[in-house]
Ligand binder design. Sequence first.
Ligand code: PNS
Length: 163
Amino acid sequence: MNQITAICPGSFDPVTLGHTDIITRASKMFSKVIVAVMPNAKKQSAFTPEERAEMLSKCVANLPNVEVEIYDGLLADFVDLKNAKAIVKGLRAISDFEYEFQMALMNEKMNKNAETVFFTTRAENLFLSSSAVKAIATKGGCIKDFVPECVHDYIATELAKKN
Ligand code: PNS
C-alpha cells in the first residue's frame, strides 16, 4: 500500500453509521486516516467537539490506522499540518454534490495538496444524516439503526435530555 495519509473531516454531531462506513472504507485504501472533528459554521451543534471525538474514538478503536483529532481551523491547513495527501468525503444524494464540490474546489484553491476524494455512500445510508438522528432522538424516537452500537445509548440519552 502507498504511504498516504487521508483526512476524513466532518462535524460528526453525532457520528452515524454512514460516517463509520466511509471511515472504514478509507482505512482500507490509505495507510493512515485522521478523522478530523471540525466546526461547521453553518450548523449549531448538540455535542461538544470533545464529546464527538470521544464517540468517534470508540467507534474506530478496531481500526489500527485510524486516529481522531479535533481541529478548529481551516481544513486546507490541517492537510499540510498532517502531511496528508487526500481529503475523504462521503457523497449521498445529488443534493450533497453542489456543496461538497464547492468545498473541494475552495480547499484545492487554498492548498494545491488538498485533493478531495469522494466515496459514494452505501445505499442503506442514503437517507442518513446527523441532523435526522438529532431530530428523531430528541423526540424519543429509536436511532439504533442509524448510529454505531457502542455509542447508541450515550447519544440517545444525551439527545433525549435536549427535548
Ligand atoms: O460533516 P459536515 O458538517 O458536512 O462537515 C463540514 C466540514 C466540517 C468538513 C466543513 O465545514 C469544514 O471543512 N470546516 C472546517 C473549516 C474550513 O476549512 N472551512 C472552509 C471550507 S471551504
